[in-house]
Design a protein around this ligand. Sequence first.
Ligand code: ARG
Length: 571
Amino acid sequence: MNNFKNTVASDLLSCISGLAGDITLTKDDILGMFEYPPDSSLGDIAFPCFKLSRILRKAPPVIAQEISASFKSELVSKVEAVNGYLNIFVSNDYLIKNVLLRIEEEGEQYGSDGSGKGKVAVFDYSSPNVAKPFHIGHLGTTIIGHSLKMLHKFQGYDCVGINYLGDWGTQFGKLIVAYNLWGDKAKIEEGGVDELVALYVKFHEEAENDDSLNQRAREEFTKLEHHDETNIGLWKWFVELSLAEYQKTYKQLGIEFDSYKGESFYTDKMPAQIQVLRDKNLLKIDDGASIVDLSEYNMPPCLILKRDGSTLYPTRDIAAAVYRKQTYNFDKCIYVTSAGQSLHFAQWFKVVELMGYDWHDKLVHVPYGTVSINNEKLATRTGNVILLKDLFATAIEKVNEIMNEKNPNLPNRAEIAEAVGVGSVIFYYLYNNRIKDINFVMSDALSFEGNTGPYAQYTYARTFGILEKAGDLNYNATEPVITSSEEAELLKVLSKFNEAVKSAIKEYEPSVITRYIIDVCSAFNKFYHNCQIVSAEDEIVRNTRVRLTAATKTVLGSAFELICLKKTEKI
Ligand code: ARG
């Protein structure tokens, strides 16, 4: 609708100027005033005349009447003055030329305005902590992060996806002690991260009664920090094992990272930044620790060095941000984590500003709410946390059961069950505003009715099925013509793709796309149920409808990619 709004705004401006002589009104003012009416009987866009009332010294309904009497625009089929609003109806000609033909011409690029070209965006997301469970709390950072990356990429940004692995810290000292005492190499090779987590849990249980274990853990970590060969070997092994396991989940999701530089990578990059902090007189000693006082900004102090001189989470984040600015020269660096870390980010972003880095305002924290699971008990070896892989496995298993019943002879069943199972979780999660806490109900996520992943994927498969049936006859042989309200409505929804993309990026909110997908699906399904497509008798009607189906498939496909949903051709 952007093109439509733009042209109509110009036409309105000349119309209003014609009515009122010289008034100070710009096209942008008009664009800012447009509204989407609550239902389509009130037009496709509405122009409220209330603000003009003061400038023109006339009642809004009178202004709306006057404009409607003299307004002309090629793209508009009619205008109506109703209660101080000018209701504007888009013409079918516009829908054909500016929506259908453009989708056909631009294909997978349709919906992108290229506004990110020449800009670099860095995404720090997923970032699990090695040898700790990769649990449902990581679902948000992983799929919101990836979706934001895909959205930016779609708009033309150069994107760098970084998995900032939690691969450094005292937990490795604990793990080394636990491994040396109770570890079994073969068992770990076999069981992977689960075994490491079990060792870690055992360490904590034992250390409750035996504090000397904690002391030993600190010693082992210090040895690691001093590059002790044995400990470095163990650490590398733990990291590799964990990564191999995460990769399985990333593969299911279709996610690849451009960099896996985790916290350990920055150990030698911190001293330089600590020096900057010192040079700028920002460090204060508080009970032996070095902090940056942020009381002036109503925040607790940011901890930079512990009493024993060791660095902390914020210290590494500061060093990593400087490194990334130097390496990628980003226009935005986006961090996706749970809202529980909001203070951490606010604090160290402020410290970066105080350090004098003028790019501090290019750092963006994107927080999200918590996930809990209802009605479904997912067994894990680690007790109360639910692992991401178990959540996906359960969803896939359930889809398999449904498919056994409904479509037992489908080829590639395993692949499709995975796409639909994983997709249902993604979709359910991304349907909500990211900041909201989510209660996950598996049966709702898996329903084929309602606003779900399976419904969206089923609709995509439906477009595929229709096009397969249509075969490759020349559907372009005739000029397309709109002959039903369902076709017009579908094109109107398709015309709003770029607006959805822009608003998802502006708000860092993938749910805008998830909801947009549902809008496309329901407009398409209405069209499908009320209009004959391949079987339409009239050639022009048939040709138009097949092309509309193809256009829907194109837009749905692009939108699916933006939220990591697989394009299922058959279900
Ligand atoms: N590893 C952290 C965790 O699991 C998340 C890291 C987020 N990124 C960052 N640059 N601090 O909580």
